[in-house]
Design a binder for this molecule. Structure first.
Ligand code: M6R
Length: 364
């Protein structure tokens, strides 16, 4: 079933363009988001005042992408709460709050309990779930299935990108309903979303370059991932991926936060994976990168800047295809997934079955 790939994880990384297409295509009509086949009425989106996203692990990091993107685009408050925390807090929700539960398996107990609690406050709960008929899908008011197909590798890859793509569709629909996006803006947004699978294909074609650069990481004990804004949200996922399958300590930091303490850990040769795709903070991130480079870090930079040649900035530059900033996360995360995969394989580990982890966490 691995279709000639050595591991499920790399197979699933390659499946991402198709998984996104399968998920978004049936939900686009006349260039606009369309959820009627999912039986979600327009009234579900009307009058929403705030959003709370509940999830665990990678699904929670997809939620972080959603939060940053939705807040920037629609200017409505979005909170992401780790489900295991949410279920023991006093939620601040009203009947106009939308609650989004994100889960690949649909069976993660903390997310399910958080959803049950949220349902006491609002009838506007919706789940983004990959497994049909799962508990979270059944217990939310509406389910928006992601069509990633079965994800076998413990480390989630394609489930994350389809969750992000579904979140983008949802944001667009909400933007239209709340009058925060014009129809022309929405059409442009959807058109770009539809081209994401092609950009991901282009990035996957760089897999052998990524394999080369991970040689530097195999013997590392510590690594740092940095970025700002949307880039920061996806470096969290990149760090989790590396930790879970390579057992290398990886931390994600908002690039501007490093100098408030963590930069003390940067020593000669420590890998720093920097993502700089957001134009409004690009020069700020680059200056943070120069700070770590000057202290000896081995810097791998992912950006859409074709002009990077300066080795005072980075040791390796991975150039990403040009896309509107909001959509760069889809390209960058694939590189981060590949970095984790090849580092794990380079260390002689089996990325599909990391120690101590289960695919679905049904206990607290
Ligand atoms: O099935 P879920 O999406 O609810 O699972 C949530 C997490 O347990 C899961 O994403 C976990 O963090 C993965 N090992 C990440 O690769």
């Amino acid at each position: 079933q691995k279709d000639g790939y050595p591991h499920y994880m790399i197979k699933e990384i390659h499946e991402q363009p198709q998984a996104i297409l399968r998920t978004i295509t049936p939900r686009i009509k006349n260039g606009l988001p369309f959820f009627e086949d999912d039986q979600i009425p327009d009234s579900f989106f009307e009058g929403v005042t705030d959003i709370t996203i509940i999830a665990c692990g990678t699904a929670m990091y997809a939620g972080m992408v959603g939060k940053t993107m939705i807040q920037n685009r629609l200017q409505i408050p979005v909170t992401v709460t780790i489900a295991s925390e949410f279920r023991y807090e006093m939620p601040i929700l009203s009947k106009n709050s939308m609650v989004i539960a994100v889960s690949q398996s649909g069976e993660t107990i903390d997310t399910l309990e958080a959803l049950r609690l949220a349902s006491k406050y609002t009838d506007r709960t919706i789940s983004l779930v990959n497994v049909k008929g799962s508990s979270i899908a059944r217990e939310s008011h509406y389910a928006l299935y992601t069509h990633a197909g079965p994800e076998i590798a413990v480390a989630s890859t394609k489930a994350y990108t389809v969750q992000c793509a579904t979140m983008y569709l949802l944001a667009c629909k909400l933007g239209l309903s709340l009058g925060k996006m014009s129809e022309a803006d929405a059409k442009e947004f959807i058109k770009t979303l539809e081209s994401v699978p092609d950009y991901i294909e282009a990035v996957i074609a760089k897999a052998s370059d990524v394999e080369q650069l991970t040689r530097q990481m195999i013997n590392s004990e510590h690594t740092f991932f940095i970025g700002r804004g949307l880039d920061y949200t996806l470096t969290m996922e990149g760090a989790l991926k590396l930790k879970e399958i390579s057992y290398i300590h990886a931390e994600s930091y908002a690039a501007g936060e490093l100098k408030h303490g963590t930069i003390a850990l940067i020593a000669e040769g420590v890998p720093v994976i920097a993502v700089a795709t957001q134009k409004h903070v690009y020069s700020k991130t680059i200056s943070n990168i120069r700070e770590v480079k000057a202290r000896g870090a081995y810097v791998i930079l992912l950006s859409m800047d074709e002009k990077i040649t300066d080795d005072s900035i980075c040791d390796v530059h991975i150039s990403l295809p040009q896309v509107p900033d909001e959509f760069a996360i889809f390209e960058a995360v694939v590189i981060l997934q590949l970095i984790a995969y090849y580092t794990s394989v380079g260390k002689g580990l089996n990325p599909d079955q990391p120690r101590n982890l289960a695919k679905s966490v049904t206990v607290e």
